[in-house]
Design a protein around this ligand. Structure first.
Ligand code: ZN
Length: 143
């Protein structure tokens, strides 16, 4: 197991921009605040979204396209470095007007409204994502 210890840095609240992509907005938030390592959570609503489930046999993401408005009932994720730049990994639970939910890896989503809590983590070696041959994913390097 890889472990890293950090100290809590800044806590940033942000209102996301209507019509923009949620992953892109998370990334801009990290970049503009110089955050290389952090944890985030968000709530709000999306006008559409793409979730995914990773097929552990084929090593490919199966996309779940949601083309109707949904609540962003829950979203949690982290920020670490990939190719030297802040990279957001987020999962989400989305719900419709009946309360039906979908969950998974959040690929993209068009923001209707969104509020983010971002916790900067500092004082430790940055977490860097590298290709992992066993899973086919970009995981945190032990180096
Ligand atoms: Zn994921």
């Amino acid at each position: 197991m890889l472990t890293r210890n950090f100290r809590q840095g800044r806590i940033i609240f942000a209102r996301l921009d209507h019509g923009e992509d949620i992953i892109r907005q998370f990334t801009i938030l990290a970049e503009e605040n110089g955050i290389e390592t952090g944890a985030l959570s968000a709530i709000g609503a999306l006008s559409r979204a793409d979730l995914a489930c990773y097929d552990q046999s084929s090593h490919e993401y199966g996309k779940i396209a949601l083309n109707d408005p949904v609540e962003l009932a829950s979203c949690s994720g982290n920020i670490s470095l990939k190719d030297g730049r802040p990279f957001v990994h987020a999962h989400a639970v989305l719900s419709d007007r009946t309360g039906k939910t979908w969950g998974g890896h959040l690929i993209s989503g068009t923001i209707f409204a969104g509020e983010v809590f971002l916790q900067e983590l500092s004082g430790g070696l940055p977490l860097k994502r590298v290709p992992d041959s066993i899973t086919g994913l970009y995981l945190w390097s032990k180096d």
